[in-house]
Design a binder for this molecule. Structure first.
Ligand SMILES: NC(=O)c1ccc[n+]([C@@H]2O[C@H](COP(=O)([O-])OP(=O)(O)OC[C@H]3O[C@@H](n4cnc5c(N)ncnc54)[C@H](OP(=O)(O)O)[C@@H]3O)[C@@H](O)[C@H]2O)c1
Length: 296
């Protein structure tokens, strides 16, 4: 049997957990998870024979460099809540990975990277990371996934108002469309690409919108799933900003970014997404059904 050695950074989070589970199902994949907590890795994935774990932080670039030798593919998710070092660490890890012989990197970016230049702080951090990796000389292939708004955001941003006030807050018009994505779908697509022939995806950039719903529609889905009335409350920018900075402890620049409303009536499910997934993307209703216990 010929083996593919796949290295994973960010494998214990929302997206990465799905990617690692899918990769481990194929015994011709030898999967190395580089993680801060080996205990968490074992809890999530147990100890199948094709899993190796290396305890490491992505800021320890020297350890990363030693550990990635011999691998051919890299799943790269640099979760940097402050975003200041997103480009720095994405680039440092990618440079060392390609130099060690990695032939393909699948990197998690965001739809925001495609926003007008420097119009969004979050988008610019992702854009700078992408462009720095793309500019590495003589590199291998570089596939970029650009997901839209995570459905999992409901678990840390909206959960308080859903549970305590039976409402979701937002500044956007009640009927305006917003693009959503299930992190399971992102993780699944990443795993597929990491197992496909490298030349199939070359240097693709895949935008990922799995469902498009207005806040009013989202509230109505939540009402149906939770069996009680959930409303949408449109609030002023100032009120939303205070909620994000005080209740969710978001720093100024990110909370400010969250007030952007770049979506239009043209916003739609990414046309090729079901081809990448091999099925229809997960919708908000299904996601809320699976996670409803958290909101009750
Ligand atoms: N939220 C959105 O709407 C949205 C939209 C588009 C793109 N994104 C991007 O998606 C990414 C978040 O994905 P996610 O939801 O899967 O994240 P997540 O659930 O928070 O998981 C983050 C992963 O990164 C690991 N990690 C964090 N800091 C680390 C460090 N210093 N060294 C090594 N590993 C570290 C975590 O490990 P531990 O288990 O040890 O914590 C975990 O495996 C971010 O890059 C974000 O910018 C988000």
């Amino acid at each position: 049997m010929s083996y593919e050695k796949i290295f994973v950074v960010g494998g214990t989070g929302n997206i990465g957990t799905r990617t690692v589970k899918d990769l481990l199902q194929n015994e011709s994949n030898l999967v190395t998870v580089y993680a801060r907590s080996p205990k968490k890795v074992r809890q999530l994935f147990h100890s199948p024979p094709n899993l190796s774990v290396i305890q490491g932080d992505y800021t320890d670039v020297d350890l990363f460099e030693k550990s990635i030798s011999g691998h051919t593919r890299l799943f790269l998710l640099v979760h940097n809540p402050e975003l200041h070092d997103m480009a720095k660490y994405n680039t440092a890890l990618a440079e060392r990975a390609y130099a060690a012989g990695v032939k393909q990197i699948v990197m998690i970016s965001g739809l925001w990277a495609a926003f007008p230049y420097r119009s969004s702080f979050i988008g610019n951090a992702a854009y700078e990371a992408e462009t720095a990796i793309a500019a590495i000389p003589n590199r291998g292939m570089f596939v970029t996934l650009r997901p839209s708004i995570f459905m999992t955001n409901h678990l840390w941003i909206e959960i308080h108002t859903i549970k305590n006030a039976n409402t979701i807050f937002g500044t956007i018009d009640p009927d305006a469309k917003e693009p959503w994505i299930s992190t399971n779908d992102i993780g699944e697509v990443a795993a597929t690409i990491l197992q496909d022939p490298i030349l199939k995806h070359r240097n693709a950039v895949y935008e990922m919108i799995g469902d498009v719903k207005s806040p009013k529609e989202r509230a109505s889905i939540l009402s149906k799933v939770l069996g009680k009335e959930i409303t949408y409350t449109q609030i002023a920018d100032q009120e939303r900003y205070e909620y994000l900075t005080k209740e969710v402890a978001m720093e100024h620049i990110k909370a400010y970014d969250m007030l952007l409303q770049p979506w239009s009536s043209e916003t739609k499910v990414s046309p090729g997404f079901s081809i990448l997934l091999g099925r229809q993307p997960e919708g908000l209703e299904n996601w809320f059904e699976k996670n409803k216990a958290a909101f009750l």
